[in-house]
Design a protein around this ligand. Structure first.
Ligand code: GLN
Ligand code: ZN
Length: 759
């Protein structure tokens, strides 16, 4: 008889109703004691284990829970606490986690938190480990073992989960010059060894050691570290070398030499070379097939899944099945969604349903009876059929091949003259990025409207009051290009998702973004189109209040795509083009009502880059083309802006040039002026607004500091191409802070303008 087991790589830790977030926030505001927080965490963990076991998962992941982030968990586990967090306290406890993640106010000064970065190509952020030449590592934070004991005591079949040593190092950053973080490997391995020997004393069979970097293009230096490390931590327990988010076949030569007992691979991608992989790994290894996609919310077609498994089984006997990656990237429970129609629900699968899918697969593999699989998969097929809109697909393909942009507007040099004549802006025009403080009252207003506590007329009036306040405020400060403030938007993607055809909005589909922050990504369920204007009403009103230009504010196609769950039945690029066409309608309507400046935000353009470099070109191609599609029909004198906010522009500078927007506003406050050098090096000739106010911090920039950065910026960008603005939206700041900061920005700009006008 076939024996096969099921497992997940990890389960969402936020709790079905975001209990973790609520508990964390209560603890941070002293409304919860440490014990209360611990109790809440324990409840979530036990509930997760129980639910998975009840659904038929055989091996339960333990160690996937974390109070803030799993990379930070590893930092704690290894005792790799950055020096600045040790100054005020020598004990390592849960507060250390929150200090590293959020920073804190010591007696002397504000201690800055560790940096946050996107977890591979997901929208989850991890806390970046910090390394110095003398970093020391000790097995200090015992939570993993405690959780393992907790779960064993409750009789679960436990599989401890640990982030592997090489990926941990790779994800971190050197905080000192003249050394490489791989130099610390042996020191780290000693601690891994200690942890593993603790685990060896326990009743467990498999340990999941994760090395997701094996899906990337790695240099020899990194690849060489593997063999040595895994020899070093060899164990009497079985090690499941775990990879996810992509294929690993390109690194097979390294992988097959490792002294491990199993390999987990993500096989949700058609090009995963699974057969070659089977032929290359040692015969006795267990191959764990990540067949249920942990990153999307679609119900799996189990008929084709079982066929895939059976094909693999011809080659490889010793297999088990699991999710492709941890389930932290999907919402937990579909059954609580009561606003989604029955049909649409039958197309979806969240974390709990995905566990059930594994169970169904396992049962069918054992009994060879596929009837349940057929029943389960039926809606998947009907969704795909329903969605097939060949005409639309053709239209877009023709579009792609005909290179629509050959009809583009005049080159920037000509456009800019027309815009200057038309807009009559001063030199160094001042603007902001879009949002204004999202105060408690603004949030309550939106919630009241959503819960139907207030009528839509009342809601509209109140939003208008807010817009008016924001416009008058900007006028009083003498800002040149005004924004309406985005008070009607809960989120820059969900707002458009709610209004476009083709989207599904869940009521409880939360996914952790970082720490206590969760997002509710909309689901792109069918073809996208715009049935009615989305921003026009507000923009018209805003423009009626002032003679100064109002900047229209949209979220770009790539960002909407990256921050939504997307369809799996058509290409990503198709979805991007569909979004672009819908946004084009809005852009043209904005132009029609006299909005002459339109900003199309693309903060996620960089994040959408595929993991492997060989796929970058194709991605950047359709990403930039879909962006251009949104605006290429506008008149020359309509000025197009975009905004991006992260520091690694190196990878996408060519793409930025190709976007050919008139003005790009950037986050540069933290990365300093280096970024402008990059634009200069690449002969970027359009207008740029580097950020002159770091909105991620509560510090008010002084007139002098702004003025001096402005003067430095002028060394890289000519005065008629430089804009002055904060480095991102103001929604997380309060009114008092932005009043002072913007006042200083205006004064500093005026000072510089005067100097230049004298010359
Ligand atoms: N226009 C958006 C805002 O100001 C941009 C946000 C972002 O870049 N993430 O809030
Ligand atoms: Zn931004």
């Amino acid at each position: 008889m076939t024996t096969i087991f099921t497992h997940t790589l990890g389960f969402p830790r936020i709790g079905t109703n975001r209990e973790l977030k609520k508990a964390q926030e209560k603890y941070w505001s002293n409304k919860f004691t440490k014990e209360q927080l611990f109790t809440e965490g324990k409840k979530i963990r036990i509930n997760n284990w129980k639910k998975q076991a009840e659904l038929g998962i055989d091996l339960i992941p333990v160690g996937d829970f974390s109070w803030y982030d799993h990379v930070l968990n590893t930092t704690m586990l290894l005792g790799n606490i950055p020096e600045r967090f040790k100054k005020d306290s020598h004990t390592i406890d849960i507060d250390t986690i929150f200090k590293i993640a959020k920073g804190y106010q010591s007696k002397r000064k504000h201690v800055i938190p560790s940096e946050m970065k996107k977890w591979f190509n997901t929208n989850y952020h991890y806390i970046v480990p910090e390394f110095t030449k003398n970093s020391s590592f000790t097995y200090s934070w015992k939570q993993l073992i405690e959780e393992v004991d907790e779960a064993i005591a409750l009789d679960f079949n436990v599989k401890p989960v640990i982030l592997g040593p090489i990926s941990y190092l790779w994800l971190g950053k050197e905080k000192e010059e003249n050394f490489h973080r791989l130099d610390l490997l042996t020191k780290i391995l000693h601690v891994y060894k200690e942890i593993i020997s603790e685990l060896e004393k326990r009743k467990i069979t498999w340990i999941q050691i994760e090395e997701p970097i094996l899906t990337l293009d790695l240099s020899e230096k990194w690849l060489n570290a593997f063999k040595f490390s895994y020899e070093f931590i060899k164990s009497s327990k079985k090690i499941l070398l775990t990879t996810y988010f992509g294929n690993v076949y390109h690194n097979i030569e390294t992988i097959k030499e490792l002294p491990v007992q199993g390999l987990h691979v993500d096989i949700t991608n058609k090009n995963c070379n699974i057969n070659s992989l089977c032929n290359n790994i040692p015969k006795k290894w267990l191959l764990s097939l990540g067949i249920i996609n942990g990153r999307n919310i679609w119900k799996t077609n189990l008929n084709s899944a079982i066929n895939t498994i059976n094909l693999i089984k011809k080659n490889k006997n010793n297999i088990c099945i699991g999710t492709s990656c941890s389930l932290i990237h999907v919402p937990i429970d579909l059954s609580v969604e009561n606003k989604i129609s029955k049909t649409e629900k039958s197309w979806l699968s969240f974390a709990l349903e995905k566990c059930h899918e594994l169970f169904l697969l396992k049962t069918a593999l054992i009994t060879s009876n596929h009837s349940l699989l057929k029943k389960w998969s039926k809606p998947v097929l009907s969704r795909i059929k329903l969605n097939q809109n060949k005409k639309r697909e053709k239209e877009i393909e023709t579009f792609q091949t005909n290179k629509f942009y050959k009809y583009k507007k005049s080159p920037y040099s000509i456009r800019s003259l027309e815009q200057k004549k038309h807009l009559k802006l001063p030199i160094l025009p001042i603007t902001t990025i879009g949002s204004f403080p999202q105060t408690e009252s603004v949030r309550k207003l939106r919630l009241d409207f959503k819960l139907k506590n207030i009528s839509s007329n009342d809601y509209e009036e109140k939003i208008k009051e807010n817009i008016k306040k924001i416009i008058l405020f900007q006028e009083s400060l003498n800002i040149d290009v005004l924004v309406h403030g985005e008070v009607e938007r809960n989120d820059m993607v969900e707002y458009f998702g709610e209004q476009l055809n083709g989207f599904l909005i869940t009521s409880n589909g939360w996914v952790q973004s970082y720490g206590s922050r969760c997002v509710k990504p909309p689901i792109i369920i069918s073809d996208i189109s715009r049935s009615k204007p989305m921003t026009i009403k507000w923009m018209k009103y805003a423009q009626s209040l002032t003679k100064k230009p109002i900047k229209g504010m949209l979220t770009g196609p790539v960002t909407i795509l990256c921050w939504s769950f997307i369809r799996d039945d058509i290409k990503k690029s198709q979805v991007a083009y569909q979004l672009a066409l819908a946004l084009q309608d809005e852009v043209l309507d904005l132009e029609k009502i006299g909005i002459n400046i339109i900003q199309i935000d693309e903060p996620a353009l960089r994040e959408g880059l595929p993991l492997r470099k060989q796929s970058w070109k194709n991605y950047l191609n359709w990403a930039t083309e879909s962006f251009r599609l949104t605006y290429y029909k506008t008149k020359n004198e309509t000025q197009i802006h975009t905004h991006m906010c992260y520091c690694e522009f190196n990878d996408i500078i060519e793409a930025i040039i190709k976007l050919d927007v008139d003005v790009i506003t950037l986050e540069t406050s933290r990365s300093d002026i280096k970024l402008l050098k990059l634009f200069q090096k690449h002969k970027y000739s359009n207008e740029i607004g580097p950020g002159f106010y770091d909105i991620h911090s509560s510090t008010i920039p002084t007139i002098e500091s702004i003025q001096s950065t402005l003067e430095t910026a002028l060394k890289y960008i000519s005065i008629n191409r430089l804009w002055v603005n904060p480095d991102c939206g103001l929604k997380t700041r309060n009114w008092k802070e932005i009043q002072q900061s913007l006042e200083n920005i205006v004064t500093a700009t005026k000072n510089v303008r005067k100097k230049f006008q004298k010359i």
